[in-house]
Design a protein around this ligand. Structure first.
Ligand code: HEC
Length: 124
């Protein structure tokens, strides 16, 4: 059912582009970042966890255990084929469980993520 609607939606999108034919889409600038930390997993997560989705996927999880974060990072690697080296998993899990999980972060406390820009889309 859903699939059969797609060509219609595409045709409407193309028609809406008008005679010029160029449809310009400006995506909002991504401003959400994982918290800084001296833990080695912070840099690894920053390098490996933004390629497919926003850092909000991590920020919006409930405060969870090491077991949960290990299962989640392993799922990213095995199920979703994220290019995460095996030896990066434990440091990333350690960082996530201490900053976004049930274990204690190293001092100082994690910074809050930046608020999204008002309206989301930057002015032209
Ligand atoms: C290869 C792409 C890819 C990379 C890289 C990736 N993810 Fe994901 N992630 C996904 C997909 C696909 C989903 C599921 C999206 C959905 O269900 O809408 C997801 C979902 C999530 C979720 C939501 C909870 C869940 O279990 O679905 C969390 C948390 C998450 N990712 C964390 C991470 C972390 C942490 C990293 C870095 C270690 C990471 N992701 C790297 C593809 C990726």
């Amino acid at each position: 059912m859903k699939l059969s609607l797609r060509p219609v939606a595409l045709a409407l999108t193309l028609a809406a582009a008008g005679p010029a034919g160029a449809l310009e889409i400006t995506l909002p600038v991504e401003q959400v970042r994982l918290a800084d930390s001296p833990l080695p997993g912070a840099a690894l997560a920053g390098a490996l966890c933004y390629t497919c989705h926003s850092a909000e996927y991590v920020l919006y999880q409930p405060t969870s255990s090491r077991t949960y974060w290990k299962a989640t990072v392993t799922k990213m690697q095995k199920t979703f084929a994220a290019p995460i080296p095996d030896d990066a998993i434990d440091p990333i899990v350690d960082y996530l469980v201490k900053l976004y999980g049930t274990e204690t972060p190293p001092a100082p406390a994690p910074a809050r993520p930046a608020a999204p820009a008002p309206g989301g889309v930057p002015p032209k």
